[in-house]
Design a protein around this ligand. Structure first.
Ligand code: ZN
Length: 382
């Protein structure tokens, strides 16, 4: 593809307003692009209007998976340009998703098309997995993993925006909601009711006290984090509240993982429920993404650094991420040393107004991905 076509493909993707859903339009568009170049695709519907997409070139083993999500966050904020019209200024391409992560999707797709068109022999299969719902729970990656699309994979590259750095590990994320159930009564006769707010506060005090004693740090991804994030209860100042709800988020690490958080919550619930029957709590896990504990020294990361440095002229450092990605779902059934990295065009403008991607970086990643498709550095001896 020539530079104009490369920019046009990204502009077409940015124009699709796949804000937290409507990913099927992205899947449809990319299906057409692949079809034009004789690459077969397969859509896997998640829900009406929401579809994952699979495309492959080459054949047999090894299977290198390249993946990215189709959804973007809401435009929000104060933009200088139309967020859904890709706009070039001073070597930068502005638009919602330009950074997170439609430039990466475009770079993967173009690299595959270039290899197909030039009939370059591949060492195995390159599989492209487009996912839905990454920004809100990684449903697409979970669905694709459950349907077996990672079973024969030998390496995974996720194109989230790292820029000229490679992320080899990241934290997990756990969202939990706890509802206290009580009984409404007039506040002048509290003995007829059961104060859900009061009961919940007692529970939160115990959980808070236990969590504050957790001092766990992962060498790659940093400290375990725990926060109560939403609190509500009661509806009238002179009524004993019948319900109260809290939501919390934990950023987990292997040293204090999702199960450890859930155990802590459950044991606090049990402690109160053994004390008195008035304590009634309903604990619901809203999102449960485990930490991804990769290794900076894996062959894929080394090859990524080598190719990245050669193409961009920049040194490529490695880091452990504090966020979560689709890798949390893709890698659930894989061995701890599975070759994995997050490496994609990007910068700090993701999720903000005036999101952009440096044009040269976008072009460089097409080349980087093409070279990784030809040789990902992983020697498969198992
Ligand atoms: Zn992203």
């Amino acid at each position: 593809m020539n530079p104009t076509e490369k920019i046009q493909l990204l502009a077409d993707l940015v124009a699709i307003q796949s804000v937290n859903d409507h990913e099927a339009e992205v899947a449809d568009y990319l299906s057409q692009v692949f079809a034009k170049h004789d690459i077969a695709t397969h859509q896997i519907e998640y829900a009406p209007g929401r579809a994952n997409l699979v495309a492959e070139i080459g054949q047999g083993n090894p299977v290198t998976v390249f993946s990215g999500h189709a959804d973007v966050v809401a435009a929000g904020g104060d933009w200088d340009t139309d967020p859904f019209v890709l706009t070039e200024k001073n070597g930068k391409l502005y638009g919602r998703g330009a950074c997170d992560m439609k430039s990466s999707l475009a770079a993967m797709v173009i690299a595959m098309i270039d290899l197909k068109e030039s009939q370059t022999p591949l060492p195995g299969t390159v599989r492209f997995l487009l996912t839905v719902g990454e920004e809100v729970g990684e449903y697409g990656a979970e669905q694709l993993t459950n349907q077996g699309y990672m079973d024969d994979a030998t390496a995974l590259i996720i194109g989230e925006p790292t820029g000229y750095q490679i992320c080899y590990a990241h934290k997990g994320s756990l969202d939990v909601q706890i509802e206290a159930k009580g009984k409404v009564a007039h506040s002048s006769m509290p003995q007829l009711g059961n104060n859900a707010v009061q009961n919940l506060l007692e529970l939160l005090t115990i959980i808070n006290q236990r969590m504050s004693q957790v001092h766990a740090t992962d060498p790659a991804t940093g400290d375990f984090l725990f926060n109560f994030t939403v609190l509500s209860g009661g509806d009238q100042v002179n009524s004993i509240p019948g319900t109260a709800t809290v939501a919390l988020n934990a950023r987990t690490i292997d040293e204090f993982d999702n199960a450890a958080v859930l155990d802590t919550i459950q044991s606090a619930v049990n402690q109160l429920q053994h004390q008195a029957s008035k304590y009634q709590f309903d604990v619901r896990v809203l999102m449960n993404l485990p930490p991804v504990d990769g290794q900076a020294e894996n062959q894929l990361v080394k090859r990524g650094q080598q190719v990245g440095e050669q193409v961009s002229g920049h040194p490529i450092s490695t880091f452990g991420g504090t966020y979560t990605t689709d890798a949390a779902k893709f890698l659930v059934n894989q061995a701890a040393d599975f070759p994995f990295m997050i490496f994609g065009p990007g910068n700090q403008s993701l999720h903000s107004a005036n999101e952009y991607i440096d044009k040269q970086m976008y072009f460089n990643f097409i080349d980087i991905y093409r070279q990784l498709m030809l040789n990902n550095g992983v020697t498969t001896n198992h």
